[in-house]
Design a protein around this ligand. Structure first.
Ligand SMILES: Cc1cc2nc3c(=O)[nH]c(=O)nc-3n(C[C@H](O)[C@H](O)[C@H](O)COP(=O)(O)OP(=O)(O)OC[C@H]3O[C@@H](n4cnc5c(N)ncnc54)[C@H](O)[C@@H]3O)c2cc1C
Length: 419
């Protein structure tokens, strides 16, 4: 096949931060690796996110991944500029309930290695002199940071290529081949590539990809929305979760702004197929995720759930998911940021964009071998927080693919928990 070896040890489906980080770790270990991306590297979630690299407020089993990731981001930044810096993260509080929620999280997260401090009202005022809002305190992590989504995945991809991996863009994988019950390769739009193991790291497409091979992966899409300002000095370098806005300084001098409530779960045929698994999280998160009917229902209705691999597949018909931002959600975030930090009234919005977040029912990913499908592995469903832990996930998945032990316990991330 043009540009790719006929045969590799590992084929990776998807060139987001998860697939690319895995390729990097495999190639470093001398494993013959080819990665296939239907669009361009990081064209979906991995270039559209807020850029937070955080331990704060994570689901507990993800904390060790986040701690390992902090070390890996530092090492990567020493080799290539991915915009990584430990600028600190504040989760602001406005009442006793916020403080209690943060205290409870830290009590539980400590045994997983998490560290954070609590700031009083006065300490918050000292750190945020530009803010006019009456914060009552904050949970703070000095070691949390950011990386630049526009730089990170392509930067790690350059390291993976230097280490010997083949990374192909504009090359969709239509499906897998099996031989004697074991995975034996991938069928791409440019032909067959034999592989002993295959990793599906296809982001929001993983459910469709797996479903075509009879593997049920409960995953839906939630539309997130973001804006960035033009370069501007607001005397604010910390990243902030202000409850009804989030804000972080960018390497280009501007700020990335959004809010957790700028998320929309569009009803699609899969919403009804998966209703039983998702109804509880929808209800529990109704204050931040709005459920809406949109044109997306018809778009997804037209996508076949089963298709042959010898002709054009859905992955070629839509190269890049590029949704419009949810204007009301980001307008609100921008207004609340300006009310909380009046200095931002002097800033100008440069751009806004949308991105589909792939979510599972418990908002945690699957990172596992699929035991009923020897040779097949899945790393997907990162539910809005896979960017920060991406380099660590790549290291863990690479260990699994090599038949070794993951440096972080992955027991909580099996697919069978959804059975
Ligand atoms: C608005 C927004 C804000 C976010 N903020 C943060 C944040 O601050 N911090 C954080 O940690 N996370 C954040 N996230 C989540 C984070 O971006 C994702 O969890 C992470 O990027 C997922 O990486 P991935 O590699 O699994 O998926 P993706 O980046 O989506 O990559 C999957 C790739 O697979 C390709 N693909 C799919 N099917 C095929 C196929 N059949 N053949 C070939 N290629 C295929 C796709 O084109 C895509 O490029 C945010 C996400 C969004 C959208």
């Amino acid at each position: 096949m043009a540009g790719a070896p006929d045969s590799v040890d590992v084929a990776i489906v998807g060139g987001g931060i998860i697939g690319v980080s895995t390729a990097y770790w495999l190639a470093r270990a001398g494993v013959r690796t080819a990665l296939f991306e239907k669009g361009t590297l990081a064209c979906e979630q991995s270039s559209r996110n807020w850029g937070w690299v955080r331990t704060l407020s994570r689901d507990l089993p993800e904390v060790p991944l986040a701690l390992l990731a902090n070390r890996r981001w530092q090492e990567i930044q020493q080799q290539v500029d991915v915009g990584y810096r430990q600028n600190g993260l504040l989760y602001l509080q406005e009442n006793d309930r916020d403080a209690l929620e943060h205290t409870r999280w830290l009590e539980n997260a400590k045994s997983y290695g998490a560290r954070a401090e609590f700031l009083s009202q006065r300490e918050v005022r000292q750190r945020l002199p530009e803010s006019g809002r009456a914060w009552t305190g904050a949970m703070y992590s000095a070691s949390d940071g950011v990386a630049e989504p526009q730089l990170a995945t392509v930067g790690i991809a350059a390291l993976a290529r230097d280490a010997g991996a083949t990374l192909l863009e504009h090359c969709a994988v239509r499906g897998i081949e099996r031989s004697a019950g074991h995975v034996s390769g991938v069928v791409t739009e440019r032909g067959l590539v034999r592989a002993q193991n295959v990793l599906v790291a296809a982001g929001a497409w993983s459910r469709l990809f797996c479903g075509n091979h009879g593997i049920e992966f409960p995953q839906l899409k939630v539309r997130g929305s973001v804006l960035r300002t033009e370069p501007f000095d607001a005397n604010l370098s910390l990243s902030i979760n202000g409850k009804d806005f989030t804000c972080r300084k960018r390497a280009d001098g501007g700020y990335t702004v959004s809010q957790f409530s700028a998320s929309v779960a569009e009803l699609v045929p899969d919403s009804f197929r998966l209703m039983r698994k998702f109804i509880r999280p929808w209800i529990a998160n109704r204050s931040i995720v709005r459920v809406r009917l949109s044109d997306r229902f018809i778009d997804e209705w037209k996508i076949p759930t089963r298709f042959a691999t010898h002709s054009e597949s859905p992955f070629e018909r839509c190269r890049v998911l590029d949704p419009l931002p949810y204007a009301k959600g980001i307008d609100q975030a921008w207004t609340r940021l300006q009310e909380s930090f009046p200095v931002f009234k002097g800033a100008r919005i440069a751009q806004s964009w949308g991105g589909y977040i792939d979510v599972t029912p418990d908002a945690m990913p699957v990172i596992a071998a699929l035991p009923d499908n020897p040779g097949l592995f899945l790393a997907s469903g990162f539910s809005g927080h896979g960017f920060g832990i991406g380099p660590a996930v790549g290291e863990c998945v690479a260990a699994l693919l090599r038949g070794g032990r993951s440096p972080v316990d992955l027991a909580a991330f099996s697919l069978s928990r959804f059975a």
